[in-house]
Structure formats: C-alpha cells, structure tokens
Design a binder for this molecule. Structure first.
Ligand code: MGD
Ligand code: MGD
Ligand code: SF4
Ligand code: MO
Length: 721
C-alpha cells in the first residue's frame, strides 16, 4: 500500500467493467470530503502490476461527470419515447423520490403480470458490471420470484464458452503470467492491445526472450501492427485455416501422439479428416485469403514450438473469432490445437479464451432459481435469447399462444445501442404499451425510451467480489466512496423492489456481505483456503490450483484436468468448415458485396465512456468513420473524407470514408469497418448495429455481429463532417 497523507485513505476496489483484466484499483479518498481524488493500478496485483488502461486511468472524470444520473425520474406526460439530445435528456423527465419510483414500478409490474402473465415481463441485462453481485445476484432472485421471462445472456461469449465446454468441459486456460514463458504466441481473433492490455507486458517479456507474435485478424489492430506477422484472414473462415494448420501438423508428424492417446478422444478420426485434400493449405488459401506459405509458416512454427529450446506455443484465442455464423465451431477448433501438440504440458503453452469457469462461485445460492417455483407461474419461466430482442419486442405475441413482452427492465446494459438489428429493437422500445424501466449511471440511448429511470452506483460506490475471465485471481472490491446523489447498487435496487412487491422470503434481505459469503460458500478445491475474511485482509488471492512436482499449475497437462463426459479432451464431432451464409463466399445475398466489421473502440468499453469528452478525444481518429480499402473506394468513386452511405436490408447509416492504401490500410479489399458508438452521437442517429442481424451462431446461441454484409456508396451532395 502506498503511503497515505494524514487526511486520505486508500481503498482497494476492482474495475468491474467487462474486460478480461479485472484490475485491482487503489482509490485514494479524501477523508474530510469523502471524495475520491485518485485511481491507480494496484502494484501488488500480479496481473494489474500498477497500471490501468487509458479508459479507467481517467475514471474520476466518469464518476464525477456532471452528467451522472443522480435521482429517480419518470417520463413527463405526453413526451414520446425516442432519441433525446445528449446533455438535455433530463428535460423529458421529472424527478421523483425512490419511494414513488419503487411504488410505481411495483404497481405497474403487478398489473402487467395480472393481465398478461408474469412472463410478459423481461429483464434485460448484460455486463455493465461483472462483479459477482452486480452482474447477477439479487436481480436474478427478484425476476425468478416474479415469474418473469428468463434472459439467455448470449450477446458476447456464449458460442465460445460452449466451445470450451465441448472440448474441455470447463472454461479454464493458460494464466496470463505464463505467456511470458511462451516461445510463440498466436493471438487469434483478439485485440490484446485494445481489449486486454494487461496481457501485453507478458507477451513483450516473451518476445524479449525471442518469442514470435502472430496475429490472425481481418483488421489491422494495434496488436496486429505490433506483431511479427499479421495474417489478415477473411472474416468467418477460421475453421478452414485451423483445419489447414492441423493438416500440416499431421502431415509432418508434428503431433504429440503420447499426449493425444492419454488426454483426448477422437484424434485418429480428426487426423484423417484434417489430412483430406480439401483441408490442405493450398485449398485454404483462396477462401481464407492467407497465402499457402503463410499457412505453412504458421503451422510449422506452431507444431515445432517447444522443441527447439525456446518456449512452447500459447494461443490467446479471443471472442472476436466467435461473433460470426460459424463462431462456435471456429472457437472449438482453435481450442483443440494445443491438444494436438500437447503444448499444455509446458509452462507458457496451452491456450486462453476465458478463465471465468475456474472460479467456483456458488451461483445457485446467489440466483436461487428455485424461487421460480414460488412465483405465480409455479414453474421455470420461458427463456428469451437476448440477441433476438428486436424480435421479442416487435413480433413475439403475434401468434395466439405466445405471451408478448409488455414490460422491459434494463440494467447493466445499453440495449438500444448494443443489441443487433437495432432498428427492430428501437421500433419495439418506442411502443407506448411497453413499460420500460432503466437502471443506469448515465442517460443513454436506452434511457431515451424509458418510462422510469433509476440512478445506479459505479464500482467505487458499492462492495462486490470478483473473479476474472482473463486471469485466475479472486478479489474483493471495497466500497471506496458513498453513492453519488441517490444512486443505488443493483443489489439494493432489487432487494427493495422485492420487498415492495411483497416478497417475504428472507433472501430479499441479504446485503452485499451476506451475498459474498453465499457465493463463496463452496467445497471446491480451487477455493480451498480462500475465505471472505482472507480476501478482505489480502484483497487479491490466486485460486488454489493443483500443482505438479515442480510446483507449477499447468491446466490440461494431464488427463486429471478435463471435465468432459469422457474425462478427456474431445475432438469429435469432426469440425466442418461451413461458409457463413452472410459472407462474400456465402449464399445469403449477392446484393451486398462487402463484409462489415462493426467493431469495439479501443478507448471505450462497448458503449461505456462514449459520452465522456476525454475518452471521445482518444477515439477521434475513427469517430464517424468507415474504414475501407482504396480498391473498394475507387470502384465506387469514393474519395477520402467523402460522406458515404452504408446499407443492407436491415438498415442504413452514414459515415465518412477513411481510405487506406496497402501500407496504412486497416482492412483488406472486400472488408469495411466502423466502430460502435452511441446511437444518438452517430451522424443520423443510427450506429453500426442498424446493419447487424439477429441471426445466431452455429451453436451456443451467440450474436453474429461479424457476419454482416453491406454495400457502400458516396452520398451525393452531402459534405463530409
Ligand atoms: N477497449 C476496450 N476493451 C474491451 C472492450 C471494448 O469495447 N473496448 N470490450 C470488452 C468486451 S465486452 C469483450 S467481450 C472483450 C472482447 O475482446 P476481443 O475478444 O478481443 O473482441 P473483439 O474486439 O470483438 O474482436 C477481436 C478481434 O477479432 C477480429 N475479428 C472479427 N472477425 C473475425 C474473424 O472472423 N476471424 C478472426 N480471426 N478475427 C476476427 C476483430 O477484427 C477484432 O480485432 O473485450 C473487452 N475489452
Ligand atoms: N456492433 C457491435 N455490437 C456489440 C459488440 C461489438 O463488438 N460490436 N459487442 C457486444 C459485446 S461483446 C457485449 S459484451 C455487449 C455489451 O453490451 P453492454 O453490456 O450493454 O455494454 P455497454 O455498452 O458498456 O453498457 C453497459 C451499461 O451498463 C451501465 N452500468 C455500469 N455499471 C452498472 C451498474 O452497476 N448497474 C447498472 N444498473 N448499470 C450499470 C453503464 O453505464 C453502461 O451504460 O455489446 C455487444 N454489442
Ligand atoms: S477496463 Fe480492463 S484494463 Fe481497464 S482498468 Fe478495467 S479491468 Fe483494467
Ligand atoms: Mo463482451
């Protein structure tokens, strides 16, 4: 702990934003004013190592922003739902007390449940906070007891998560610190520099020792630009690239037969499958867009790593790979690669997609699904996939036997901006007969459609407990400052609302401390010796993973680690390459010839920070821009700086062309890219999700943001911004 001045204290919090790094954050608080004066990365945290990303380094600008939502509000009578100018949203609402707000919400939810059945109420949340309590605890209890529809939270990682479960039976992977020991690092569908910055120092450490970095990404991210080699793959073709890599590995005898025998099932079938001619590098070249030589180089480097005195190969597989129609299989096959070479056996080998499943939280105790039985429904409620929100709000209920959605309760989520096919979503949100409540830290695109807006705390203002999806260290996040204004945490909101609804179960009285104790109540060995009390003393504690004779915890280094039905790494069914229907090689439409990447911003967190001026400044280069290759621009008579219209059957947006030629192009010909922003900050009130679809991944029910075809043309007579 740093030395503190007399009138300040330093509190250990955790950044609860939806980021793999889950940083330990030291918050300096002025004891006299109660105000936070500084945030810094915890130097004692083995992954945070004393620094924060650019976004959160400036977090106090967000916490103390003059635009923070501080009081409950209700839409003024007669004000229609729809976009409000940023900074002037409050004019559409009138302030009410928490007591009035809770009374109003309880009354409306009850009336709607009585008239249409409790399943006509839909909670809609994602990952505004990924704290155990903030992400899902009292809210789940509340909606279960109410008998509301269940939400399948699929917008981010469900296809990749399911892929890991199919191959390994558990979401576990190489700890970030071990990447420092790798001899080859392959970043596959991930943007480490933008989205996962605390992995970068370990990659750099490995590179100083001679490791090579290869990045596989259709977009030239900062990570790709800094790599030894960037393979600009055609979107959605990773399955074929991975099959070609396997082809070379088996062809050249680079597989680890002893490991395959001991730790996997189905490898001989996979070998035959991979060796088929259609999976050769020569055949993959045309479809993946990666030259035969580059595929051979990748496969050989991968297959030989670990045998030349340098470290083994580590793959940082990330969720970018599974945001397309073939995303489940893509994540599944890349996750199989370390099983072929047995790279798990060496420190610095293996693969990381998500480590979230390593934390054995007792979510059953937190969520209490049994409360659905006590609801008026008396059974498990129907499940709605969150990627189909547009459908749920505009079409569900058209058939006589379907329950429509009549109330939407949004928290931890900027649904109007992040959900795919947003024109359908906005059409639904605009309905007068939809009662919408939004619990938020700011006015957003979503609060523009709310009947009632409730103020939420930031991670400085509430206590929580955290795991991570990019490391293996449990942490306590202490409350550093009092809630601003009348903000309440998700736990407080849903516990009060539960009582207001007349739910008498004691479970609605649990506070943060009780909930933390419950979610940590598990006999699982990974939590052996890790208690709430110890976390409160030490702040961050690595999971108790089993170690080998050398004292190293090496996931999947032997068969004891697998949690599949067979107890081994499962390579069947054979992964087949299926061209995404909505891709240049696909069958969906010949009308729209360009593949569109609706990307994340390096300095926002999805749409969080998009309204903060210092963060906007950091994102200026791509603000309102469509990045395209000179070839595609020339073919359409588009010059740099021209206003361009981008459209498909789902929607249309206007951006400014940012054209790259070979050296400085971020995308290859045939691919265009733009980034996510708030709808209302976009040029004609529509962000990139006006173009994305509600189609789901091959398995796992995931979103398919990166399977989007568009056409682009110059907007005649409209000057560029
Ligand atoms: N700065 C910042 N950090 C973030 C976020 C943010 O918005 N901003 N978001 C957070 C969240 S919610 C998540 S889930 C994580 C996600 O982090 P990542 O998993 O890194 O997710 P993406 O940025 O969606 O995708 C990574 C890369 O995949 C590429 N990609 C797209 N299609 C394909 C394909 O078909 N094949 C391959 N090989 N690559 C493809 C994209 O161009 C992109 O550069 O990051 C978190 N961290
Ligand atoms: N085009 C396109 N669309 C995407 C993506 C993409 O890459 N491209 N990424 C997808 C992915 S991976 C994800 S994870 C989703 C993310 O979608 P969301 O989870 O909706 O992410 P954000 O846009 O960051 O919005 C989160 C909101 O939660 C609020 N919030 C934060 N903490 C709290 C809290 O404690 N309580 C309450 N009530 N609210 C809080 C924040 O103020 C913020 O407005 O977006 C998806 N949509
Ligand atoms: S957003 Fe990620 S990198 Fe930034 S402080 Fe939070 S956890 Fe750390
Ligand atoms: Mo995400």
């Amino acid at each position: 702990m740093p030395v503190t001045a007399l009138n300040t204290k330093v509190v250990h919090a955790v950044c609860t934003h939806d980021c793999p790094d889950s940083c330990g954050v030291l918050v300096t608080v002025d004891k006299l004013t109660g105000r936070a004066t500084k945030v810094q990365g915890d130097p004692a945290h083995p992954v945070t190592r004393g620094f924060l990303c650019g976004k959160v380094a400036r977090y106090l600008d967000r916490v103390y922003s003059p635009e923070r939502l501080l009081y409950p509000m209700r839409r003024k009578p007669g004000v229609p739902k729809g976009p409000l100018p940023q900074g002037r949203e409050a004019e559409a609402f009138e302030r009410i007390s928490w007591d009035e707000a809770l009374g109003l919400i309880a009354h409306r939810l009850q009336a709607i449940a009585n008239e249409f059945g409790s399943e006509s109420i839909l909670p809609y949340s994602y990952a505004g906070t990924i704290g155990q309590l903030g992400y899902g605890s009292m809210d789940r209890r509340f909606f279960h007891r109410l008998g509301a529809s269940q939400l399948d939270r699929t917008i981010c990682s469900s296809a990749g998560g399911e892929a890991l479960l199919r191959v390994y039976g558990v979401k576990l992977g190489t700890p970030p610190q071990d990447f420092a020991y790798a001899g080859l690092i392959v970043v596959w569908g991930g943007n480490v520099h933008g989205n996962n910055i605390h992995l970068w120092p370990f990659i750099e450490e490995a590179r100083r020792k001679g490791a090579k970095l290869i990045v596989i990404d259709p977009y030239k991210t900062r990570t790709a630009a800094l790599a030894d080699e960037h393979l600009a793959i055609n979107p959605g073709t990773d399955v074929l690239l991975a099959l070609a890599v396997m082809h070379v590995i088996f062809r050249d005898g680079l597989e680890d037969v002893a490991y395959l025998r001991e730790c996997t099932t189905g490898w001989e079938e996979l070998r035959t499958h991979a060796l088929r001619e259609e999976h050769s590098p020569a055949r993959a070249e045309g479809i993946t867009g990666i030259a035969v030589e580059a595929i051979e180089r990748l496969a050989t480097a991968y297959g030989r790593a670990g045998s030349d005195g340098r470290g083994p190969a580590a793959i940082r597989l990330n969720y970018g790979i599974q945001r397309g129609e073939a995303g489940g299989t893509a994540a599944r096959i890349v996750a199989m690669l370390p099983l072929l070479t047995g790279s798990w056996k060496q420190r610095g080998g293996g693969m990381q997609l998500s480590t979230s499943g390593s934390f054995p939280w007792n979510t059953a105790k937190l969520h209490m699904p049994e409360l659905m039985k006590a609801s008026p429904l008396g059974r498990a409620a129907r499940v709605i996939n969150m990627n189909t929100l547009g459908h749920a709000l505009t079409e569900l209920g058209n058939a006589a036997d379907e329950v429509p959605v009549k109330a939407l309760f949004v928290y931890n989520c900027n649904a109007a901006a992040v959900a795919p096919d947003s024109n359908r979503v906005l059409e639904g949100l605009r309905r007068d007969d939809l009662f919408t409540v939004v619990h938020e830290q700011f006015f957003t695109d979503t609060t523009d459609y709310a009947d009632v807006v409730l103020p939420a705390t930031t991670f400085l203002e509430a206590k929580d407990v955290m795991g991570a999806y990019g490391h293996l260290i449990a942490q306590i996040s202490e409350q550093a400052i009092a809630p601003l204004g009348e903000a309440r945490s998700n736990v407080e909101l849903f516990s009060e609302l539960g009582r207001r609804m007349g739910f008498t179960e004691a479970a609605f009285n649990d506070d943060a401390d009780a909930l933390i104790a419950q979610t940590m109540d598990t006999p699982h060995p990974f939590f052996a010796g890790i208690t709430k009390e110890r976390l409160e003393r030490e702040k961050h504690i690595p999971l108790t993973l089993p170690v080998n004779a050398a004292g190293e915890a090496l996931p999947f280094s032997d068969a004891s680690w697998f949690r599949t039905a067979s107890g081994k790494g499962e390579l069947l069914p054979l992964p087949e390459f299926v061209m995404p229907a909505e891709s240049r090689g696909g069958t969906a439409s010949r009308k729209f010839p360009l593949e569109f990447l609706p990307r994340k911003a390096d300095n926002y967190m999805n749409t969080t920070f998009a309204n903060i001026p210092v963060h906007q400044q950091m994102e200026r280069r791509t603000e309102g821009m469509l990045e395209m290759h000179a070839t595609d621009a020339a073919a359409r008579g588009i010059a740099n700086g021209d206003a361009v219209s981008i459209w498909n059957d789902r929607g249309r947006i206007t951006l400014t062309a940012l054209i790259g030629t070979n050296g400085d192009a971020k995308v290859a010909a045939g691919v265009v890219a733009a980034r996510l922003d708030w709808q209302k900050l976009a040029r004609d009130g529509n962000n990139v999700n006006a173009l994305t679809s509600q189609a789901l991944t091959d398995f796992g029910g995931g979103a398919t943001f990166y399977s989007t075809l568009v056409e682009v043309k110059k907007v005649a007579g409209v000057a560029a911004d």
